[in-house]
Design a protein around this ligand. Structure first.
Ligand code: FDA
Length: 401
C-alpha cells in the first residue's frame, strides 16, 4: 500500500474544491484533490447552457436560502463577484451580462474549467481523478484517509467539496452528508431545488395544448411561513409534465408539497380593462382573439375554454371578463411534485451552518475538517449565485486549511 503525506486533502474537483485547493496551494500548502469522476468541473462544463453563468453582479445574502441565510455574508464579502471577474479577465476570457446581473462566458464554459485547472497546476496541486474515499479516520491532530486507489493519505486538513445530490448521472452522491453523520454534524432537510414542477394527470390533460408556450410571468409562492414567501418576474414555460422556465425554477426552491403557487401571466396588463376597451372598440371580436393580444394565442384559447367564456365580446358580461382577468393574472395552481434530483440544478439544505465557522467554513467541533460549496446549507437563486457561493466558500477555506 502506498502512503503519502499532504497538508490538505480536498475531496471533490468541482467549483468549490478547485478554488479552495488553488488558494491553499498558493499559500505553499501541499495539496491533493481527489474526485471519483473522469474529469474535473463537469457541472461547470454543462452550466449556463454551455456558457457558464459564473457569477452575478448583484450577489448578496438576500439571494440565498438556508436556515441561516446570513451565514454566507462573510465569505461573499471577502471574495466578491468582482474578485472572480478579475480572475476571468486575467485569464483572457471574454464575458457579457445577459440579464439581471448574470455574467456568462462569450465562448465556452470549458474556459472556466481551464481557469481552475491552470490555477491548480500553477499552485502545484496534485489532481487525482477517478479516485474516491473509502475510509476516513482521525489520526492525532490530523487525518488518515484510505483512497479507492488503495493508497493511504495522511493529511492535516480535510476539505469536503463533493456538492449535493443533484444530477446523480454526473456523479453527485450526497457523500458530504455521510461524512457529517460520521462526526455527529447535523444535516438539514435536503430537497431538489431550481427544478421544474409537475402536475397531476387530470390537470396535465387540460393543459396539454400549452406544452411549449412561454410567457413573461410573475410567479409567487403562497406558504404560511414568511421565510418562504417569494416572487419572481421571469419567463415561465408550459411543459409536457407541468411548468418550467426561470420563474418556476426560482419558485421551486420556496415551494413545498401541498402548497399552491400563484402565477400572473400578463403581470403588466389589467386584463379586465383591456377586454372592456376591446369590447367598446369592436364588440364583434371573439373573446379569445381579444385575449390573444395580451397572452399567446394558444394560452388565450385554452384559458377561454377552461373558464367556459366563449363568443363575441359584446355578448359577455363584466363578470365573465373579470373571470378571465383572474385566470390570467391570479392563476392559483397546486403542483404535485418536482422533476427531482434528476434535473434539479442544486440541492436545497445540507450541512447545518450552525456547525461551521462562517469565516473559514471549518467545522467548529472537529479541528481540520471543512465543508464548502453546495454541500453546505446555503442555496442560491438561479443566476450565477450558486457558483459565486462555490468560489467564495472555497476561497475562504483555502486561506486557512
Ligand atoms: P460540484 O457538484 O460542482 O462538484 C462536486 C464534485 O465532487 C464533482 O466533481 C463530483 O464528481 C465530486 N464527488 C461527488 N461525490 C464524490 C465522492 N463520493 N467521492 C469523490 N468525488 C465526489 N450555478 C450557477 O451559479 N450558474 C449556472 O449557470 C449554473 N448552471 C447549472 C446547470 C446545471 C445543469 C446544473 C446541474 C447546475 C448548475 N448550477 C449553476 C449549479 C452549480 O453547478 C453548483 O451550484 C456548483 O457546481 C456547486 O459546486 P460544488 O463545487 O459545491 O459542487
Amino acid at each position: 500500500m502506498s502512503r503519502a503525506s499532504f497538508d490538505v486533502l480536498v475531496v471533490g474537483a468541482g467549483a468549490a474544491g478547485m478554488m479552495c485547493a488553488a488558494e491553499a496551494g498558493r499559500r505553499g500548502r501541499r495539496v491533493l484533490v481527489v474526485d471519483h469522476a473522469a474529469n474535473p468541473g463537469e457541472k461547470i462544463r454543462i452550466s449556463g447552457g454551455g456558457r457558464c453563468n459564473f457569477t452575478n453582479l448583484g450577489c448578496g445574502p438576500a439571494n440565498f436560502l438556508g436556515e441561516n441565510p446570513r451565514f454566507a455574508t462573510s465569505a461573499l464579502r471577502r471574495f466578491t463577484p468582482q474578485d472572480f471577474i478579475k480572475r476571468v479577465d486575467q485569464a483572457g476570457i471574454a464575458w457579457h451580462e445577459k440579464t439581471l446581473g448574470q455574467l456568462f462566458c462569450d465562448g465556452s464554459a470549458k474556459q472556466i474549467v481551464r481557469l481552475l485547472t491552470d490555477a491548480l497546476a500553477e499552485a502545484g496541486v496534485e489532481l487525482r481523478m477517478r479516485t474516491g474515499v473509502d475510509r476516513i479516520a482521525r489520526k492525532g491532530e490530523g487525518w488518515s484517509i484510505g483512497l479507492s486507489d488503495g493508497s493511504e493519505i495522511a493529511t492535516a486538513s480535510l476539505v469536503v467539496a463533493t456538492g449535493g445530490k443533484s444530477i446523480p448521472k454526473m456523479g453527485a452522491t450526497g457523500w458530504a452528508y455521510e461524512v457529517a453523520r460520521q462526526f455527529d454534524i447535523r444535516v438539514t432537510e435536503t430537497r431538489p431545488a431550481l427544478v421544474p414542477l409537475t402536475f397531476e394527470a387530470g390537470l396535465l390533460e387540460t393543459l396539454a395544448p400549452l406544452a411549449g408556450v412561454a410567457v413573461e410571468a410573475r410567479v409567487a409562492s403562497a406558504p404560511a411561513e414568511k421565510m418562504r414567501r417569494a416572487r419572481f418576474d421571469e419567463a415561465m414555460l408550459f411543459t409536457h409534465r407541468g411548468l418550467s422556465g426561470p420563474a418556476i425554477l426560482q419558485i421551486s426552491s420556496y415551494w413545498r408539497e401541498g402548497e399552491p403557487i400563484v402565477a400572473a401571466m400578463a403581470p403588466d396588463h389589467d386584463v379586465f380593462e383591456a377586454l372592456k376597451a376591446a369590447k367598446a372598440a369592436n364588440g364583434r371580436q371573439a373573446v379569445h382573439t381579444a385575449l390573444s393580444q395580451i397572452v399567446p394565442r394558444r394560452l388565450a384559447e385554452n384559458l377561454c375554454a377552461r373558464e367556459g367564456v366563449a363568443g363575441n365580446l359584446a355578448d359577455l358580461s363584466d363578470k365573465a371578463l373579470r373571470r378571465l382577468d383572474q385566470a390570467v393574472n391570479a392563476w392559483t395552481v397546486k403542483p404535485v411534485g418536482s422533476e427531482g434530483y434528476r434535473t434539479a440544478e442544486v440541492t436545497l439544505g445540507g450541512i447545518d451552518t450552525a456547525a461551521l465557522d462562517q469565516q473559514t467554513l471549518a467545522v467548529k467541533s472537529v479541528p481540520g475538517l471543512y465543508f464548502i460549496g453546495e454541500a453546505v446549507d446555503v442555496t442560491g437563486w438561479l443566476g450565477g449565485y450558486n457558483f459565486q457561493w462555490a468560489w467564495s466558500s472555497g476561497w475562504a477555506a483555502g486561506q486557512v486549511c
